[in-house]
Structure formats: structure tokens, C-alpha cells
Design a protein. Structure first.
Length: 653
């Protein structure tokens, strides 16, 4: 239970973070105290749905304005024209900005763009310039403008080393501060989602110290998956590079290392979840881990070479890793589907998580290529969250299963200890009975004989005393006989027993006995049930149990005795609606001289358990105070017996 609580705490922590995620944007949208008057009635934002682009050749000299006779290309949201020609180093973008006098502090926002170096000119005058010295080329353009009553033309010069440059979304005009808050509200959820996963991984890693060695590897692999996914999502957010440009190289390193870490950890987790039933996939995961270690070394070499190994590292990190991930996801999907058809619930949960990840990633790719590579990948983040959620469910099921197994083993150990204690007591009784029974039985028989001779004399005064003495001697003889059951069992022929016939005979014997005490005996038996043993001894054991039930019920008592075949065994269930027993009384069943009856010795139940034991059977008692008792007896059917009963095993008289 402690482990389950540890699982619950990180989940609550992440829910708290997500609640903050939903609440934080509303705080950001509120106006600052100094801007209350200015934002009382802000003007609506407007969007520049069309703009013009002009590629900048690779051999072009830097300038403050595009060529006057250039052939501009029209661009819009559906066709942003961000793909660069092979011989281009960037693009010019021309914007026709309408009058901005309606805003107190106007600004221009391009929320999604590809760029490394940006310059904004108005009639050749530089208004804004931004440059970044790292490889992350996704960013924004937020430029403060002067409030003007007439239209102006802005030329934006964008340079980039990659294959894309330009605006992904139409630029917007509005209040500068409001545009800034709008951009943060839009980008913040992704960042918070990544941070939440990192926080979840950190807490789970701390909690791993409380787990057993068997559970720790499974748990830590999920920690690595959550940590890697969180770092991937966080490092993909432009906000980090916007507000922490000095740490950009650290964020990019986290992104690359997470990419090399996440999928080997996923392979290990799937291997453990499917109980290592696929050795080929296990070997593939091992080789994928080796390749990831090689990829990390290549990343270090790429950084130390100051970008000179870019082509080689691009092959190692993008092409090869992408191929391995594709093979891994297809393989995991096949394994999970195969195990799902075999009835494995964990595989079914894993299949749902993989399906969510695959569908979201596929939709992302379709939209990405359908938009001419201008679409910003986003749905894959939700797919990763769904996949991690399914993995958490699998882990929780594994922990719960381990806990149930531990409880089951504890109960079995307790039953074993009770059985061992009972066996030791029975051995003591057997040893004691073997040394005493014969010495006591002979004098009792002699005494009884003389008392019978004295009873023939006509002495009315002593007749009653003699009768009582003989009765008590008979009772003592019965007790000694029960002891001899354990001390000196006699050999007896073992034959096939037809349970259906034996129970019919038992009904004729014990049915009237139950009716005399205001009850009813109901016997239901399947035909063809045959076991090996002694009919008389089995009948004796069942009679003892039925007599106990008769003595336990009150008026309108019912005793049900059923016999049927279950899994190669003959199962007899005796159930009554008597007074029942509590757990303490159940634990003492079979102990000599323990009985719930005022005149009982407890030896009858002990004899019954001994008879069933030597017939290779088992007996189980279940009872509830005030509701009754159920006894379950199991014997191997004759067709299922693997080894014959040895000559050393014998049955009591």
C-alpha cells in the first residue's frame, strides 16, 4: 500500500501543475496595474493576411532594402512560402501596414517564424534587429511601431542556415503588451506540459528508493521515459530560447540527449511489461541502447568540432535514429497486438497508448507535408502524454499485482505455518497414544466386564451407579479408539469409490438423522465420479461432518452436499446454515479437545481430516459467524492420479 501511495503522490502533483497551467494564462491576460486606464477599452487586433516574399541569393551582398525591380511572390496563411530555394540564404518579406493611430502603443507580432537573423526596415531605416547564435530557428517577431495615421511599408530581412525561412502565421497588429501576453498564453501550455512531465519524473525517481529491487528497474525506465518526453516537449518550446537565450545550448543538448534516451528506455519498459517473451525484440533494444550511446559520443564530437561535423551528425541523429524509432514502434505495435489477442490486458493498454501516439503523429505529419512544411508539429506532444499515461497505468497494475501476490504469499505462509503446527501436534498425539492407549484399554475392558457381572445381582440401590460407570467406560473407550486412529492405523484394501453411489447410501443413513433434529439434508451429485480410497472411511468422515452441521443448526436447518468434477478433481462441498464460527475458532479446527460443542472432544474433526489426508485429498473450512459453514473437500479423480498411493499410507479404523 505504501507503494500505491507513492504512485498517487506524483499523479496529484502533476494534476496540480496542470491546474496551474489552466489558471496561469488567465492571470497573464489581466492588465497590469499601471495599464488599467490604457486597457480599459483596447482596440481590436487586426491581421495582415497577405504579404510578399523575395528569396535572397546566397551570393547577395548585405543591404538595407530589397532590389527595386525585384519579382515579389505573394504569400498567405495557406501558402506561406517558407521553403528556401537551394541557392538562397534567406528571404525578404514586405508588409503593408495600415494606419496604427488607433493603438496607444502599437506593435507587430509574427507568432511563428523560421529565422536566425532578423532585421526590420522602414524606408531603409533599421527599426529592429535580432540575431541568435544557436541552431534553434523557431521564434517570433515582436516589433514596437509608432502610431501613424497612414499606411507604411516594412521590409523584413530574414537569414537562416536551414531549409526554411519566413512567417508561418500571418502577422498581427495591436497593442504591444497585449500581443506579448497573447503570444505567451499560446506557447505556455506546451512548456508547462513538458515541465510537468519532468517534475513527475523527478518525484518518481525519488520514490524509487522505497521500491524493491525487482520493481526499481521497471520504475526507473518509466522515469527516464517521462523525463525524456518532458525535456523534448520543453526544449521544443520557443519561450525558453526567447527568455533564456544564454542557456540555449543547454536546452538543445537536453533535446538531443533526450532523443537518444527515451526510446531505449521505452524498449526496456515494453520488454518488462510483456515479461521478456520476445528475445529478438530484447536484443534489438540492447543494440538500440548501444547505438544511443554511440549517438551521444557523436553529439559530443559535433559540439567540440564547432559544427563542422554537421552533415555526419545529421545522418546519425536524424536519419538513423528516425529509422530505428520507426522500426521500434512498428515492432512494439505488432507485439502488443499479438499479446492482446492472447488476452494480455497490459498489452491491450499498451496498444491503446501506442495507437494514440501513432494517430497523433500521423495527423501531424499529414498536416505538415500537406501545408508545404509550414505546419508546426503539436499533436505529437499529446500522443506522448497518452503513451506515458498508458505506461503509468501498466506500472500501477504491475505494482498492484505485486502487492496482491505478496498478500497471497503471506496468507499461504500463514496457512503453511498453521498446518505445520497442526502436524507437530498430531505427531505428539500419535506418540502419546501409542505408548498409553494399549496400557489403558485393557484395564478398562476388564473393569467393564466385572461391572457387568455385578449388574446381574439384584441390588436396586447399586444398579444405577453401575449403569453410569459402564456408560463412562464406553465413552472412554471411544476416545481411546480415536487416539488409536493416529497411533496405529491399520492397512486396508484401497478400491475405486463411486461417489454418486456412496452419497446415495449416505443420504439414506443421515437424512432421517437430520429430519429428527428439525433439518433437511440435500445431496446433489454428478454421475461417474470415481476416486481411490476406502468407502467405509470416507463415509465415516462425511458422517462426522454432517453430524457437526446437524448439531450446529437450529430450526429449519438445511445441509447441502454437492459433488462435481472440477479441473481433474472430485470436489465435495458441504454447506449448512448453522451458527458458524469466527476466524479464531476456524484456526483451531483439528486441534485435540477443541470443540464448539459443550460435550465435544474435537477428536471427530481430527479423525476426519486424517482420513482425507491419507486419501490424498484436501479439506478447507470457511465459516461466518451467524451465517453457517462451508467445507470443501477435493480428491484426485482416478483418471488424473499420477502416482499410486504407497503401501506405507494406511487408513484408520
Amino acid at each position: 500500500m505504501r507503494t500505491l501511495r507513492l504512485c498517487l503522490f506524483p499523479a496529484l502533483a502533476v494534476l496540480a501543475l496542470l491546474a496551474g497551467w489552466l489558471h496561469w494564462p488567465s492571470l497573464l491576460s489581466a492588465a497590469e496595474p499601471g495599464d488599467v486606464a490604457a486597457s480599459a477599452a483596447p482596440a481590436a487586433r487586426s491581421s495582415l493576411d497577405r504579404w510578399q516574399v523575395l528569396p535572397i541569393p546566397a551570393d547577395a551582398t548585405p543591404g538595407t532594402a530589397p532590389p527595386a525591380d525585384a519579382d515579389w511572390l505573394d504569400a498567405e496563411l495557406r501558402e506561406p512560402r517558407v521553403e528556401l530555394p537551394k541557392d538562397a540564404q534567406g528571404i525578404w518579406i514586405r508588409l503593408r501596414v495600415p494606419a496604427t493611430e488607433q493603438w496607444h502603443r502599437p506593435g507587430l507580432l509574427a507568432g511563428r517564424m523560421y529565422s536566425r537573423h532578423v532585421q526590420v526596415y522602414e524606408r531603409g531605416v533599421l527599426l529592429y534587429e535580432s540575431s541568435r547564435g544557436f541552431d534553434f530557428d523557431q521564434g517570433r517577431l515582436l516589433v514596437p511601431l509608432d502610431a501613424k495615421p497612414q499606411e507604411t511599408v516594412l521590409d523584413v530581412r530574414i537569414l537562416n542556415k536551414g531549409e526554411r525561412a519566413g512567417f508561418l502565421t500571418p502577422p498581427q497588429l495591436g497593442e504591444f503588451d497585449e500581443l506579448d501576453r497573447t503570444y505567451i498564453r499560446k506557447e505556455l501550455p506546451s512548456l508547462l506540459l513538458g515541465v510537468s512531465l519532468v517534475f513527475l519524473a523527478a518525484i518518481m525517481f525519488i520514490c524509487s528508493s522505497f521500491l524493491s529491487r525487482r520493481q526499481r528497474g521497471f520504475w526507473i525506465s518509466l522515469c527516464l521515459i517521462a523525463l525524456s518526453a518532458g525535456l523534448l516537449i520543453s526544449a521544443y518550446s520557443p519561450l525558453l530560447y526567447l527568455y533564456f537565450p544564454d542557456a540555449a545550448q543547454v536546452f538543445l543538448a537536453c533535446f538531443e540527449l533526450s532523443l537518444f534516451t527515451m526510446f531505449p528506455a521505452l524498449g526496456y519498459f515494453v520488454n518488462e511489461a510483456l515479461e521478456r517473451k520476445s528475445p529478438p525484440f530484447q536484443r534489438f533494444t540492447r543494440w538500440q541502447t548501444y547505438y544511443s550511446a554511440f549517438g551521444v559520443l557523436c553529439f559530443v564530437a559535433y559540439r567540440l568540432s564547432d559544427g563542422q561535423l554537421h552533415a555526419f551528425y545529421d545522418l546519425v541523429s536524424v536519419v538513423a535514429v528516425g529509422f530505428l524509432i520507426l522500426v521500434q514502434m512498428v515492432w512494439i505495435s505488432i507485439l502488443s497486438i499479438a499479446h492482446t489477442f492472447q488476452g494480455d490486458r497490459q498489452a491491450r493498454i499498451l496498444s491503446l497508448g501506442l495507437l494514440a501516439f501513432a494517430v497523433s503523429s500521423a495527423i501531424d505529419l499529414i498536416l505538415f507535408y500537406g501545408s508545404g512544411k509550414s505546419y508546426v508539429l503539436f499533436l505529437w506532444k499529446l500522443g506522448i502524454v497518452a503513451l506515458i499515461f498508458s505506461l503509468v497505468v501498466i506500472l500501477a497494475r504491475r505494482v498492484s499485482s505485486d502487492y496482491k501476490t505478496l498478500v497471497s504469499y503471506s496468507k499461504q505462509l500463514e496457512q503453511f505455518n498453521l498446518s505445520l503446527e497442526r502436524t507437530e501436534k498430531l505427531k505428539i498425539i500419535s506418540d502419546l497414544a501409542a505408548s498409553v492407549a494399549h496400557e489403558v484399554r485393557n484395564p478398562l475392558q476388564v473393569t467393564r466386564g466385572f461391572l457387568q457381572l455385578l449388574s446381574k445381582k439384584e441390588d436396586p440401590q447399586s444398579q444405577d451407579y453401575i449403569t453410569i460407570a459402564v456408560s463412562e467406560l464406553d465413552r472412554a473407550a471411544e476416545i481411546i479408539t480415536d487416539f488409536l486412529t493416529f497411533a496405529k492405523p491399520d492397512l486396508e484394501m484401497i478400491v475405486k469409490i463411486d461417489l454418486h453411489e456412496l452419497l446415495e447410501q449416505l443420504d439414506l443413513i443421515m437424512g432421517p438423522h437430520a429430519a429428527m433434529h428439525g433439518g433437511r439434508l440435500v445431496i446433489i451429485s454428478e454421475e461417474g465420479l470415481e476416486i481411490m480410497g476406502s468407502p467405509s472411511k470416507l463415509k465415516q468422515a462425511l458422517i462426522n461432518l454432517i453430524k457437526n452441521s446437524v448439531e450446529a443448526f437450529g430450526q429449519e436447518g438445511i445441509i447441502e452436499l454437492t459433488a462435481r468434477a472440477e479441473g481433474g478433481e472430485a470436489v465435495l462441498r458441504l454447506k449448512d446454515n448453522g451458527e458458524g464460527m469466527d476466524e479464531e475458532q476456524l484456526a483451531k479446527l483439528g486441534v485435540p479437545y477443541f470443540s464448539t460443542k459443550t460435550k465435544g472432544t474435537g477428536l471427530g474433526t481430527m479423525v476426519t481430516m486424517r482420513i482425507i489426508e491419507v486419501m490424498n485429498g484436501s479439506i478447507d473450512f470457511r465459516s461466518e459467524k451467524g451465517k453457517g459453514t462451508e467445507v470443501t473437500i477435493r480428491f484426485p479423480l482416478t483418471g488424473q492420479i499420477v502416482s499410486e498411493m504407497t503401501d506405507a499410507i494406511s487408513l484408520p479404523d
